[in-house]
Design a protein around this ligand. Structure first.
Ligand SMILES: [Zn+2]
Ligand SMILES: [Zn+2]
Ligand SMILES: [Zn+2]
Length: 144
């Protein structure tokens, strides 16, 4: 049994609750503080790395070099707004047959991937609250 850690528990809890996709460390520290757990930046960072190692938390790479994390759940891709930085989940995996193509052309069997789509969210396009729509293939950037 791992040693119980209030900070780790709090980080795990807030990441599971936080609906946002890809919580930055700064935001995570705020959430942990709001949950009533005193923790400095480095203890939050250590806690999230530990949770990542244990598979309870996944790192979300949005291609901008900022570390973001979210609770591990079913696999999905992310789309990010170029203007305001809003992030939404794209349900399911979009890679599909591309994984076969990669294997056929390189011989690599993929173990994981992060795929970040970017575009302009409905808010920034001046539309109402309609969900983010992305034209297939638009602004696609894959990091395999
Ligand atoms: Zn997500
Ligand atoms: Zn936006
Ligand atoms: Zn995928």
């Amino acid at each position: 049994m791992p040693r119980p850690s209030p900070v780790r528990d709090a980080v795990h809890r807030v990441l599971r609750q936080e609906g946002a996709h890809g919580t930055t460390l700064d935001r995570l520290r705020e959430l942990v503080a709001a949950a009533g757990v005193r923790a400095d930046f480095s203890s939050v960072y250590r806690a999230v790395l530990r949770l990542e190692q244990e598979g309870d938390v996944v790192r979300v790479d949005l291609g901008d070099g900022v570390s973001r994390f979210e609770g591990a759940g079913s696999h999905h891709e992310h789309v990010k707004c170029d203007r305001c930085g809003a992030v939404a989940a794209v349900p399911g995996c979009l890679l599909g047959s591309v994984a076969d193509l990669v294997m056929a052309s390189t011989g690599f069997e993929l173990s994981q991937h992060s795929l970040v789509l970017s575009g302009t969210c409905s808010g920034c396009r001046g539309g109402g609250g309609s969900p983010v729509r992305v034209a297939p293939g638009a602004g696609r950037r894959a990091a395999l």
